[in-house]
Write a protein that binds this ligand. Structure first.
Ligand code: NA7
Length: 540
């Protein structure tokens, strides 16, 4: 058991934590990163399931802070696979010599603010403590996996895996009967790959999802050259856009054109592939009638792809507007259901009853499987933070403060928790954006804030409660201008029994959000209380 001190303790060595460490070194500060995995990469370290791939184009899914780094790295495909993204994370860690300040295989179990010393004491599962003035939670938005508590699971004789904790050595499905539970993004990517290997694959689907083909392909040299020739210009543009991704938004309503033209636009987008399908028109996320046209187009594609109409019927998404649950992208997902070794079980009206020794029981029928893959998602956005449950000022705990849903100012800090920053926390664009763009924006902002405090002899920063309340209200108000809250999604916390149903990410757009954050900083951190230790103690 050791106790160490640093200027900054950073939790997590994914893309957020890695860049945060680099920036802190740039300020001449000592930072220690605590990471539960054996390596860097965060989400891309854990989600090694077959078919895992980013849904943001690779030319846009990388750090922009280092001109040489973005020039020297070459992506091999239009959409990068998990192994390639993990290689990139490792390359960055080597190049910036990050590992010497990262403690791997170290889970954070507690974090407590000491008001007297104005510092955080962070405890680990090994019994170590790190004390630092600032604590930065770079813990990721989808880092606490969720496996429903199916009765009988402990009796199962075969092997079980969760997509978010995939074994490093991989899983051999050859000759096996495999069950996949869930049909979210992870399952939709994994199912076609597993089906190719398994003797038989049974998919247990509760809610059908909309999925768009990725049309992934090898990187086109000319396309890569186009990006790299003007990388800073493209990056700057991305930072001003709604999702931090350069897409070709068709800036007109779906209802402003006739049915034939609409069909042509959707066909073009379908052929192009990827999430830019949602940019076919400018009102798909706000106007239900417009959204219906896109949803019906995708349903028509599903019907046309699936040979068995009864199977197609089960796969047709009807219970949420398209895009209000994270739109999925796939490689041959729907086609997979035409394979003779794949079957689909609808568990919407007859939920999984039990897991038996040999299979999965639904509506009194046992589906025999040797392997179960849980593609059942995450306690998104708040799960990891509330799990650590930081203890702040005056006995406040994050779990209590967020009992009715997360409360932050700008998704960066929470009242009662001085000097505790979150990277892409709830209340920021985070999961509705290109994560690396949002990570860089937050890390830069936090880093500038710490530099400002140091320059001005300030030792503590905390959001004012009124500023936080107003921001939470704004986040909520923006969400309810869209169709998003109509879906039972993990954005709303709806996938976790008992979790408060609050729309967690900020939907106002990456560009507008950045302007707001910059403005707050320019006004001397408007909405925050900043103080020097002695002054604060004297005032209280
Ligand atoms: P998701 O998108 O949360 O998907 C989880 C899936 O698991 C979803 O289809 C769920 O159905 C299903 N699920 C969860 N619990 C059950 C039970 N008890 N029975 C049957 N089915 C169940 O997680 P992913 O990992 O796919 O994707 C997460 C994000 O990662 C994704 O959005 C991208 O941003 C990257 P439900 O819809 O709740 O009915």
């Amino acid at each position: 058991m050791t106790s160490s001190t640093a200027d900054v303790v950073i939790v997590g060595a994914g893309f957020g934590g890695m860049y945060m460490l680099h920036k802190m070194r740039g300020l001449g500060l000592r930072a220690i990163v605590l990471e539960r995995a054996t390596g860097v990469g965060g989400t891309w370290y854990w989600n090694r399931y077959p078919g895992a791939r980013c849904d943001v184009e690779s030319m846009q899914y990388s750090y922009s802070f280092d001109p040489q780094l973005q020039q020297e790295w070459n992506w091999s495909e239009r959409f990068a696979s998990q192994p390639e993204i993990l290689s990139y994370a490792n390359h960055v860690a080597d190049r910036l010599d990050l590992r010497r300040d990262i403690r791997f295989e170290t889970s954070v179990t507690s974090a407590a603010y000491d008001e007297a010393s104005q510092s955080w004491m962070v405890g680990t599962d090994g019994g170590d403590t790190v004390t630092a003035r600032f604590c930065v939670m770079a813990t990721g938005c989808l880092s606490t996996s969720r496996q429903p508590d199916f009765p009988g699971l402990s009796n199962f004789k075969g092997k079980t895996y969760h997509t978010g904790h995939w074994p490093h050595e991989g899983v051999d499905f050859t000759g096996k009967r495999v069950g996949v539970i869930g049909t979210g993004s992870s399952a939709i990517q994994a199912i076609p790959v597993i089906a190719e290997q398994a003797a038989h694959l049974t998919v247990f689907q509760r809610t059908p999802n909309f999925s768009i083909p990725t049309r992934n392909k090898a990187m086109d040299g000319a396309y890569e050259g186009w990006w790299k020739k003007d990388y800073p210009k493209h990056r700057n543009l991305a930072r001003t856009l709604r999702a931090g991704v350069i897409t070709n938004l068709n800036d007109m309503s779906a209802l402003s054109v006739d049915a034939a033209e609409r069909q042509r636009v959707y066909e073009d987008r379908w052929a192009l592939g990827g999430t830019s399908f949602m940019a076919s028109f400018n009102d798909l996320s706000v106007n239900k009638a417009s959204n219906d046209t896109a949803a019906e187009f995708v349903r028509s594609k599903i019907r046309a792809t699936i040979t068995d109409p009864a199977v197609a019927e089960i796969l047709l998404p009807h219970n949420h507007p398209i895009g209000t649950k994270r739109i999925c992208v796939d490689s041959h997902y729907y086609e997979t259901y035409n394979r003779p070794n794949v079957s689909l079980v609808d568990v919407r009206n007859s939920p999984i009853e039990t897991i038996t020794a040999d299979g999965v029981m639904v509506a009194g029928r046992e589906y025999p499987v040797d392997i179960i893959v849980f593609a059942t998602g995450f306690d998104a956005m708040t799960g990891t933070l509330v799990g650590i449950n930081p203890h702040g000022r005056d006995g406040a705990t994050l779990a209590e403060e967020w009992e009715a849903g997360p409360r932050t100012y700008l998704g960066l800090m929470s009242a009662q928790f001085p000097n505790l920053f979150m990277i892409t926390g709830p209340g920021s664009p985070s999961v509705l954006s290109n994560m690396i763009v949002s990570i860089e924006q937050h890390v830069d902002w936090v880093s500038d804030c710490i530099a400002y405090m140091n320059r001005n002899g300030l030792t503590a920063i905390e959001p004012r409660r009124d500023a936080q309340d107003a921001w939470v209200e704004h986040v909520n108000e923006m969400a309810f201008r869209t169709l998003y809250p109509t879906a039972n999604s993990w954005y709303m916390g709806a996938n976790i029994p008992g979790k408060p149903q609050v729309f967690m990410p900020y939907i106002g757009g990456v560009g507008a959000y950045r302007v707001k954050c910059d403005d707050v900083a320019a006004k001397g951190y408007e909405g925050f209380e900043l103080g020097a230790g002695q002054a604060r103690a004297a005032a209280e």
